[in-house]
Design a protein around this ligand. Structure first.
Ligand SMILES: Nc1ncnc2c1ncn2[C@@H]1O[C@H](COP(=O)(O)OP(=O)(O)OP(=O)(O)O)[C@@H](O)[C@H]1O
Length: 594
């Protein structure tokens, strides 16, 4: 189910829950705004919560009404599972930073639109929960746990808690999960020594010597006297260096051939921020392959190992919005822009996620470009991520070369061993975090989940969660079988179950579609009528299968460079050729349904 449909379904469920007379609409609104739907299928709904407190509260008070709503709406009983998503707060904060007016504390962003209280004529967004009026402290622990200000773990420089009456303190104090998940000093094996697919527990030597950068960075100057000063909001997920906010660490990152180089470079940067040639470190790859995980792992490692260094984590949208706010206020209030610049320039390590979103934003690019120059020339580390290589982002050449200066590294879709490693390690993690005790998924089931999943590890993890909850709900009835997992996950992966598709299936479909013979498709012929279908077939293999490029090449009697060339050729055509777009869509449908 795509996320738009899922959000609509969740919206309907929320409406239904609020329609029950025993429900307090404002309470429901407050708590449900801290949930996000992750997956829904025939009898299963999976949600994630900001933190452990919200999870427990919702489990105790709202799972039953949600189940009642699902029964009323769908006519069948549902299992409702809630997990904790450590990245949720940061994403909400990013959205909040993007929409908050200048100078106002950013409210927690609503993850989706939900109905207002009963009687409201039109659906409203979930209102952010406001702290007790006029109070610097929450009225009760519940308010503290729900407070949107909890999204920001560290005080914003130049905007200390005392100057911010809404601040309710550090979320980690009310978030046992965050504390429990704080990374132990990560460990790693010797270079290249990580077995394919196995979780890694080794330690980078911390003795990196002195690190360039400010030992005790001064807070940027903020003119506390003027009330309408531009006060940039803390960037999404910005953390104080000694206050890691994420459970993403090197030790729970599973290494395989698809991500080993990226992992090794990330460790190198974490060990010696600003001191290696990897500056900026640019990590790219498709969605859900672990880019943010690696960036957060670097940040957490630095927070543990070099607590005097100040790290700043922000995504491209947030910094764009902050810059727009700062520059808009610039004429009126000169300190606005200065505060914005100073905040970033004083970072010892700056992380910018999703830099492809800078495309077309020339003014922001310009300021980011200056910022990168300032930071890297001073010896501060910069880490960037994107969903594609710098040269494919469509940027001016000087930006491209700035981004690519520290040898960009990609993460490829995981192979089967890596996926199996993730199934095993994430099952163990769930046992610990969800208190499942010993959760034994048979080897067949584990392998089956790894085989049918696509390349998106986020989807793989939610599939494991679903199976794990199903197995625990079975109680004495025995272990979940491969057959049960098959029907449980039938509609789970956005690309369908990938096990059924092979290179041969794709070749057959393309041959029939374009009326070319198999010997021509995989043979030496170079006429356009053969080369085009060949490019398309290779492209489809890259899109639909988790196979290394070299292996795909072999199936076409070619090497990996042909695979790269064919993929790029089709990607370029897809940008403006509607006929090719529709051919590719139809072929994917034919192949999936064959
Ligand atoms: N190698 C890995 N080992 C363990 N977990 C992983 C690995 N790669 C990704 N994940 C998990 O998959 C999920 C998605 O990862 P992440 O958010 O880092 O992806 P991303 O590449 O940044 O995606 P996007 O571009 O959509 O933001 C996270 O839960 C992350 O922990």
């Amino acid at each position: 189910m795509d996320s738009e449909k899922l959000n609509q379904q969740w919206h309907t469920i929320c409406t239904q829950v609020m329609s029950y007379p025993d429900m307090d609409a404002s309470q429901v609104t407050a708590f449900f705004s801290r949930l996000e739907p992750q997956a829904m299928s025939d009898s299963f709904l999976m949600l994630t919560a900001d933190n452990d407190f919200i999870k427990s509260w919702v489990e105790q008070h709202y799972v039953e009404p949600i189940q009642r709503a699902l029964l009323d709406l769908c006519g069948i009983p549902f299992t409702v599972a809630i997990a904790i998503d450590p990245g949720q707060e940061a994403r909400k904060a990013a959205a909040a930073a993007g929409s908050s007016p200048s100078g106002a504390p950013a409210p927690a962003a609503a993850p989706m639109s939900v109905p207002g209280s009963p009687g409201a004529t039109a659906p409203a967004s979930f209102p952010a929960v406001t702290p007790a009026a006029g109070a610097g402290t929450p009225a009760n622990p519940l308010a503290a746990a729900l407070s949107p200000t909890n999204a920001y773990p560290a005080p914003w420089p130049g905007n200390p808690p005392a100057a911010n009456p809404g601040a309710l303190g550090n979320p980690s104090s009310s978030d046992p999960a965050a504390t429990a998940n704080a990374p132990a000093t990560p460990t790693m094996p010797p270079w290249g020594d990580a077995g394919g697919g196995a979780p890694v527990n080794g330690t980078p030597a911390a003795g990196a010597g002195g690190v360039h950068g400010t030992e005790h960075p001064a807070a940027p100057t903020a003119d506390a006297g003027a009330e309408d000063h531009y006060r940039p909001q803390p960037p999404a997920g910005a953390v104080g260096t000694s206050n890691p906010c994420s459970a993403y660490t090197f030790s729970n990152f599973v290494i395989g051939s698809s991500n080993r180089l990226a992992y090794q470079m990330a460790v190198q940067v974490a060990e010696q921020p600003g001191r290696s040639a990897l500056n900026p470190l640019f990590i790219y790859g498709k969605s859900g392959l672990g880019k943010t995980h690696l960036m957060r792992a670097i940040q957490n490692y630095i927070g543990e190992t070099y607590p005097h260094l100040r790290t700043v984590f922000v995504d491209a949208d947030s910094i764009t919005n902050e810059y727009a706010e700062a520059s808009a206020a610039h004429d009126r209030e000169k300190s606005s822009f200065k505060n914005f610049k100073t905040f970033y320039e004083e970072a010892d390590v700056l992380f910018i996620d999703d830099v492809q979103k800078f495309q077309g934003k020339e003014r922001t690019l310009d300021i980011v470009f200056q910022l990168l120059n300032t930071l890297t020339s001073r010896g501060s580390q910069v880490v960037l991520s994107a969903d594609r290589a710098p040269k494919s982002i469509g940027l001016d050449e000087r930006y491209q070369s700035r981004f690519a200066a520290g040898s960009p590294v990609d993460i490829q879709p995981p192979d089967i061993e890596t996926k199996l490693g993730i199934v095993k390690s994430f099952t163990d993690e769930l046992c610990r975090s969800e208190g499942f005790g010993h959760l034994a998924l048979s080897n067949d089931v584990q392998l089956y989940i790894a085989e049918i999943s696509g390349s998106n590890i986020r989807e793989l993890k939610s599939a494991i969660t679903k199976v794990a909850f199903y197995q625990t709900s079975m109680g004495e009835r025995g272990d979940v079988t491969v057959e049960e997992v098959r029907s449980l996950l039938e509609n789970h992966f956005s690309g369908g179950l990938s096990r059924t598709v092979t290179v041969e299936d794709i070749q057959r479909a393309v041959e029939e579609y374009y009326k070319v013979s198999h010997s021509d498709l995989v043979g030496p012929a170079r006429s356009r009528t053969i080369v085009h279908p060949r490019h398309i077939a290779v492209y489809l293999c890259r899109q639909m299968l988790d196979m290394p490029q070299g292996d795909i090449g072999k199936k076409f009697n070619r090497d990996h460079s042909t695979v790269i060339h064919s993929t790029r050729t089709v990607e370029a055509m897809l940008e403006d050729n509607m006929e090719v777009q529709s051919d590719v869509e139809r072929l994917m449908k034919i192949i999936r349904e064959s």
